[in-house]
Design a protein around this ligand. Structure first.
Ligand SMILES: C[S@@+](CC[C@H](N)C(=O)[O-])C[C@H]1O[C@@H](n2cnc3c(N)ncnc32)[C@H](O)[C@@H]1O
Length: 168
């Protein structure tokens, strides 16, 4: 929601709660991995600082092929090939579909939760469906969905979104 405060910093984050009914639960860590920092363009420190012994260096360009930076030089074990475990701060632009409902999720936010929290053909429940973002994403990602909203007008918007032809 917009916040135009003048006596404190503007809040620009929200919390996502991961709730589970049992101590062991479905969680697909690989589905939402993120790039290793040391392998991204950003990490090459384009400001010219030395990184692993070279300007704009990557780990492999470091001393002894980068092995000096690890205790045993096992790059294959130190860096998961699919990326590092997703971090808890996600930077996601606002949704483009904001006119119809006051608080539409960005699809990316729902996407990360659906991918990590449900298997293919699993069921995703959103008890506060609003304009239907969670269900739209669940459908696109091959999950079933159940959506609930106390406002019939929002249910109608969600239904319309869910039954629009998809571009393949
Ligand atoms: C923050 S919005 C959800 C927006 C949604 N994520 C989207 O992308 O459009 C919360 C929704 O919860 C609905 N809501 C509030 N109280 C409810 C209740 N007791 N039962 C069901 N829905 C409720 C509101 O009508 C509103 O659409």
């Amino acid at each position: 929601m917009p916040s135009s405060v003048k006596d404190r910093p503007t809040t620009d984050h929200e919390y996502v709660f991961l709730l589970a009914k049992t101590a062991e639960y479905f969680y697909d860590i690989d589905a939402i991995r993120q790039p290793h920092v040391t392998f991204t363009e950003k990490s090459k420190m384009k400001g010219g600082r030395n990184h692993f012994g070279k300007v704009n260096g990557t780990p492999e360009e470091g001393k002894n092929g980068g092995n000096a930076n690890l205790h045993d030089g096992r790059w294959d074990q130190a860096f998961h090939p699919l990326g590092r475990n997703r971090r808890t701060v996600w930077e996601i632009p606002l949704s483009k579909f904001r006119d119809a409902h006051f608080a539409v999720f960005p699809e990316k936010l729902a996407e990360l939760c659906v991918l990590a929290g449900s298997p293919q053909n699993g069921v995703v429940l959103d008890p506060f469906l609003g304009s239907g973002t969670t269900a739209v994403v669940a459908q696109r990602l091959g999950r079933k969905y159940i959506g609930i909203d106390s406002n019939p007008a929002y249910c109608a918007i969600a239904n319309d979104r869910l039954h629009q032809p998809t571009l393949l």
